[in-house]
Design a protein around this ligand. Sequence first.
Ligand code: AMP
Length: 412
Amino acid sequence: MINAPRGTRDILPGQTSLWKHVIHTCEQAAVSLSFSEIRVPTFEDVALFQRSLGEGTDIIDKELFLVRGRHTEGEQYALRPEGTAGIVRAYIQHGMRTLPQPVRLYSILNLFRYERPQRGRYREHVQFDIEQFGSKDPSADAWVILTQWTALTRLGLGDAQLSLNSLGTTEEREFFREQLIAYFKPLQEELSEDSKRRLSSNPLRILDSKDPLDQPYLPNAPHLIDSLGNESRHHLDTVCTYLKTWGIAYTIDPFLVRGLDYYCQTCFEWSIPSEAGRPLALGGGGRYDSLLPALGGPDSGAVGAGLGLDRLVDLLEERGWQEPSSEVPKLAIVEEKSNKEAAAALIPQLVSQNIALWTDFSRGSLSSQLKAAAKEGCTYALFISEQGLQLKDLRRGAQQTVRLEEVKDAII
Ligand code: AMP
């Protein structure tokens, strides 16, 4: 027997309603804050991810799913491991810089990372992604945070905590990188293997390490936030003022980083405290002004963020989410063997009236069909008798004669 690939999951019929609820809530939050939907390909030229995420990141070095076509010698694609690169590409490729700015885009994306599968960490996962282009103003950062907050609170996850940090300007980040290397270099031998590697490739990521070997050295490491210049300080303070005005609680976390080279200024993360100790990350984002020009676009500012929908779904399931009872009445068409063809002939007209239908003519007796219909959640059953068409209310037991065109009104 062939099973689903490791790290992927099937979403079974009983689980899809929660998924739809989560996706719908995120989409409504985005639309209510002026984001428009964009859909981009599931795979892109591998160079796009290499250029936007940068060599030396885990996503590029270890986690890319590479795709090679049969007849595409020299071309190489990758399944998208994150959403920003493809959307930035589309913004540039379709000349969206000429539209009124800011351009606000959202997408629900399946993402692929070859990670070690565990609960909450899958090789295919889904994110609610938002990107806002064409503004370097701190209000744009705050707007993206507001959109994620709106989705989380509407989902009943208002207890999610927001951590915030600033990565400063590109120059401040570069200077900070040197400071970090100077601090960690003498400690190199004591650090975890990952951090040793990151010391040369991506030292900011060491601050983000959860490895116990690194923990003793983190509290005394330099904080970028302490040495921000006026411009960056003002940017962060203004974002914070917006959040306070909107009643969005946050804490400043000087250890929060986005390891990708193009990030600057604001970065943030949403998490839920968990009993296991380590908070569960739900999503995050930040400003990445220099990615657009690096990919051939305008230097006009960009900020984006993603929420991990698998984790939101798992969390809501753990908290006992109940599907609201369906308001749509479902009609069963039941019939004895001898009359099945006549009953089947009713179906097209009922379908065209947009009535939700259930049948199982393979069952022999009327009573066994009625029992199964009730189990399926049908509220009414329709059958043909000598007195004409009969409509039976399965909850109250009442029965009436109806004409076909009256059925819709009778069951509402
Ligand atoms: P990232 O794109 O790595 O910043 O992740 C954003 C959010 O997506 C995380 O906070 C998680 O909620 C979710 N996420 C990231 N990777 C995975 C994964 N492999 N499986 C499930 N959810 C993930």
